[in-house]
Design a protein around this ligand. Structure first.
Ligand code: ASP
Length: 581
């Protein structure tokens, strides 16, 4: 037996017992006649002690131990003289009687501590050492915990886990596919699923009624800090449901997770339409932990002689409560923030009200005190408040103010990761116009059903058709999204035709689904959660990388195994592939 206990287990109650532990040498200290070793495993750390009275060979071996050696130690549990309240095992230590080195170790390239000196690249290259550090290990344990919570919750509600294939068919709709060449079918390719969407719908046609899967999905997109080319979804589908059934089931799931992980019991989640969210927050995933909602000035300032406002499609601002004291330098920094190329605004206008409620602004030349007092009412701004306004083309202006709002909230400490403010965003448009491709695209995906009352607009005014689609948003992050699906072949064909498919193309790419709809398809709908992001948010982070055991870097590379990589000529030949030099 390698061990009788783990390194996180021993307490005063074990005093006097002879025990065996196995683990990694976290630290060694030689103090005069004493040697101490902190032994670490997944469960914790225990102090081993050796003194001159111990067996001389054992002491000599203890003094030879390097960091990260793997050892097995047997000894007696004794009460510590200097207790360590930081450690669960801090009341005791083990007086070692015998010691075995199971594995030696080179000096690790970075310290195995909560705060390591290792940079991102080095940590990823030696990820197995990085995972030995408590913060990364805790993240993976949290991930496992939430995985089990989800499984138990769904399984108790009759959802069944059904695996769907990874080698599927490439379709042009959606993001870019990762493709896999087929050796047995020269010149042909599988695609890795961007999501199991059509399969889960087919499972509903198949009568499985309630499906879920915690499943890997693949999208070949340009990477950002919070994206990975392969990521995990909690993918769900239900038959015989309306939107309301889905909202209730999955609101309950999120409430359950937050309750179990943080002990916070949330009430009913607020709901907001997409249109309202865009108007009040400038985006479709609002952070509602704080207010600062948008107020539009466009109509009231038209023709007032201030060229920036007169030429703008949208004039819109937010109130920063109690921020009238912002210095010139702070205001300049905010102006620079919206002028960055990513946001591209030409400037930022500010108005502030001093303690007496007298307004001053960066546009004093154009707007008199009376006008500024009228603006105060729109924002319910009072003494000490500051209002920041941007103006320009509609989409760009909304986006800039939305980013400024988050930036300011961050500065003001209004984005507490331990506070949870979920909401549903509903009634998304079914389609969005793409200028470059000069055609409509499905905003969610082509299988999302239009709201029945809007179906008549499909051909006459496609842009006005709303979808039975919903997103669940947590603290400014979209954590899940889904829709009620089309389950009628004719409607699905109309949809494909709107998206620019010829009937032949639709049949070639999605014939299997259209055909299935002719064999008794139940009404159905579902949702998928981004599991990595959900776990990261539960861990108080927005970056998902440290919640994935072996993630890719920003160029989509695994720097540990060095992938992707070239393959041998013989392999290429077998796959009938040629690399163009
Ligand atoms: N398959 C969709 C997605 O990956 C989610 C859904 O509609 O259920 O976004």
């Amino acid at each position: 037996m390698y061990r009788t206990h783990t390194c996180g287990e021993l307490r005063l109650a074990h005093q006097g017992q002879s025990v065996t532990l196995a683990g990694w040498v976290h630290r060694r200290r030689d103090l005069g006649g004493m040697t101490f070793v902190d032994l670490r495993d997944r469960f914790g750390r225990t102090q081993l002690s050796f003194n001159d009275l111990s067996d001389a060979e054992v002491v000599a071996m203890a003094r030879s131990l390097g960091r990260e050696y793997v050892v097995q130690a047997t000894g007696v549990v004794v009460e510590r003289e200097n207790k360590n309240a930081q450690l669960l095992t801090g009341d005791i230590e083990m007086k070692v009687t015998s010691l075995t080195i199971l594995s030696t170790s080179q000096t690790p390239p970075f310290t195995i501590e909560d705060q390591t000196d290792g940079g991102e690249d080095l940590r990823m290259k030696y990820r197995y050492l990085d995972i030995r550090r408590a913060p990364v290990r805790e993240n993976l344990l949290l991930r496992n915990k939430i995985n089990l919570l989800v499984r138990n919750f769904l399984s108790a509600r009759d959802f069944v886990d059904v695996e769907t294939p990874f080698l599927i068919k490439s379709t042009p709709e959606g993001a870019r596919d990762f493709v896999v060449p087929s050796r047995m079918n020269a010149g042909q390719f599988y695609a890795l699923p961007q999501s199991p969407q059509t399969f889960k719908q087919l499972l509903m046609v198949a009568g499985m009624d309630r499906y879920y899967q915690i499943v890997r999905c693949f999208r070949d997109e340009d990477l950002r800090a919070d994206r990975q080319p392969e990521f995990t979804q909690i993918d769900c589908e239900m038959a015989f449901v309306e939107q309301e059934d889905i909202l209730q089931t999955f609101e309950e799931l999120v409430r359950h997770i937050i309750g179990e992980v943080h002990g916070v019991i949330l009430g009913p989640f607020p709901r907001m339409t997409y249109a309202e969210s865009m108007r009040l927050y400038g985006n479709d995933k609002p952070d509602i932990r704080f207010g600062m909602t948008f107020v539009e000035l466009t109509d009231s300032v038209k023709g007032c002689g201030f060229p920036v406002f007169d030429s703008a499609e949208l004039v819109v601002g937010i109130k920063a409560e109690g921020c009238a004291h912002y210095t010139r330098k702070q205001l300049d920094a905010l102006t620079e923030y919206v002028k960055r190329p990513q946001l591209g605004m030409s400037g930022l206008i500010w108005v502030r009200w001093d303690e007496q409620g007298t307004p001053a602004s960066s546009v004093n030349k154009f707007f008199d005190e009376q006008t500024l007092r009228a603006w105060a009412e729109k924002w319910a701004a009072g003494p000490g408040d500051l209002v920041l306004i941007v103006a320009g083309a509609e989409g760009k202006t909304r986006k800039a103010l939305s980013e400024l709002r988050l930036h300011l909230a961050e500065e003001l400490g209004l984005r507490n990761p331990k506070e949870f403010a979920p909401l549903w965003v509903l009634d998304f448009p079914l389609l969005e116009w793409n200028e470059e491709a000069h055609r409509w695209f499905a905003m969610h995906h082509p299988f999302t059903s239009p709201k029945p009352e809007d179906i008549s607009l499909l051909e006459s005014n496609p842009g006005a058709v709303r979808a039975n689609a919903y997103d669940i948003v947590l603290n400014g992050n979209e954590i899940g999204g889904g829709s009620i699906r089309i389950h009628d072949r004719t409607v699905q064909e109309r949809m494909f035709s709107l998206l620019g498919f010829t009937p032949e193309e639709a049949l070639e790419q999605f014939g299997f689904l259209l055909r299935a709809f002719e064999y008794g398809a139940p009404p159905h709908g579902g949702i998928a959660f981004g599991f990595d992001r959900l776990v990261a948010l539960m861990g108080g982070d927005e970056v998902i990388r440290d919640y994935i055991a072996f993630p890719k870097n920003n160029s989509g590379r695994d720097v540990m195994i060095d992938a992707p990589s070239a393959i041998a000529k013989t392999q290429l030949d077998e796959l009938s592939l040629k690399i163009h030099e």
